[in-house]
Unconditional design. Sequence first.
Length: 645
Amino acid sequence: MTCHVPEDAGVATAARRVALVGSPNAGKTSIFNALTGLHAKTGNYPGVTVARSVGTCQVDGADVVVEDLPGAYGLHPVSPDEQVVADLLAGRLAGVPAPDALVVVADATTLRRSLTLVAEVLALGRPTCVVVTMSDELARRGGQLSVPGLQAALGVPVHRVLGHRRAGIDALRATLPGAAAWPRSPLAPPTEPAETAAWIDSVLAAADYRAPHLDATTERLDRALLHPVWGTITFFAVMFAFFQTIFVVAAPLQGAIETFFGWLAGLVRAQVPSPTLAGLLADGIIGGVGAVLVFVPQIMLLFLLLSLLEGVGYLSRAAFLMDRVMARAGLEGRAFVALLSAVACAIPGIMATRSLPSARDRIATMMAAPLMTCSARLTVYVLLISLLVEPGARVGPFGAQGVLMFALYLLGAVSAMAAAWVFSKVTGRRGTVMPFYMEMPPYRVPTGRSVLVAMWTASKAFVRKAGTIILAVTLALWLMLNLPARSAEELTAAGVDTTDGAAVTSYVMEHSVAAGVGHAIEPVFAPLGFDWHVDIGIISSLAAREVFVSTLGQVAAAQDPDNPRAALAGMTFTDGPHAGEPVLTTPTTVAVLVFFVYAMQCMSTLAVMRRESGGWRWPLTAFAYMSVLAWVMAFLARHLTMALL
């Protein structure tokens, strides 16, 4: 028995196709991963931006293509995700045939609500089976369910599966090749709301179903954590501790990685005879990419803590609390889920706006999501905060670096709320308010595997980005910083001591292509206190924010290979009225930090925004308003800091 994900989802037309249908958080994706043996591989449905996950499972020589459909509460769509589910099941989605059989995933703890979707799917008349998840949770909380009774009442096969433990997966997998022969309900469920409610009552009675009690521990905790005052205070305390942990725990690992890359660069310089090649390898590749990879511990901790908070059940409570904040911003609770996703990366945050039924809310949330502090900004923040604040500095009992990091995240979140409010007004009147569904799972200890997988997946994506986009841009920048090449005669004629490596490097860099570009745009950023080194970093960061770090890392490594951080702190203006003065003073460093709070600086985000909004109008608007906002806020932050110092 082997399972794999096809390289081309088009193989679905040559094998039996089974679709997993269910509400969000019912456990569909866990079952999908268990059936295919791999994690979801995603693409897009033809003609729409909604993602699809497809895997192939081979059982006794028979291929079955399994598709994990987007979460849906019913087949009367109120969002793009639900529209795709309804169209696919009805065979109306161009280029994708209707599935041969359906597997409806129902949460046993919320079975009454799940049966509405079950009734609508059974009414389609296709081969269908029902998978009941969370039955262990149901029993633990005093509920009960007779699976044979449920199967008899529905007239279709019913399986009990525990996705996180893989219990029941083998039995379900074995039935997939024979899906065409699954028993069908002799009488289709009613489709009228009043009749459906009566049908659900009869099914629950036949299944001897008793709803679970609210977990006593959950009830006690929720009285505090969902309280308008105490819950909000707890939320900010959790977030504050979150950022303290990122600095305190990751610092030793970060230091070790920085030492390793410094040693490796020194080894290359000593062993490679060609100065040009040694510079390319040591400063361009090792210095540039290493300057980004040194932040891997912070990235891993960020996603480890996020997955722990999600697994323990706290993030759902945070969404409930933030629903009130969303309302003040003119949005609904679903928008918080999208904005929370943007903390990891703006791209999944923008994609998550598909769950919003209102086009107005989708656009407003999409325009606000890039202001949420993503993991790419984390590398910039850590670098600049380390220049501003000594590692041992304290604010009362707390580390000053963590306090400043928390303040930057808070500034991004407040700014996102303000932007959402503005765009919700700009994009028109509010339509009919749709109900907001958010699961409130009981508090539980998350499985170590799920937490580690979430952390590893996100960290791997970050490292892959460093190995592709950042490496390519880093190499291009190294060439720009070292071209045109200067002969010994030219250097001597310019009064440069050719035996002084630092002097040669400084002269070449000051007269390079990159310097020319930096000086050309210097008038734009001069009011913010930036010099051409910082300007080049900002331009290069349009490819990816992390490139700003690698750019400054190359400059610093070239000027002082043994201590690049000290080189950054001591970087001075090389010409103009401020020649010889430090560049990254406290006011200027604050201005750079604030600039990155607001600037778009991510072409991938713009591309996804264009795809999700259906054109370039909103992406260009986002880039323009965020660029102007970044400049203005950085200018104000610089001058306010100067006034306070």
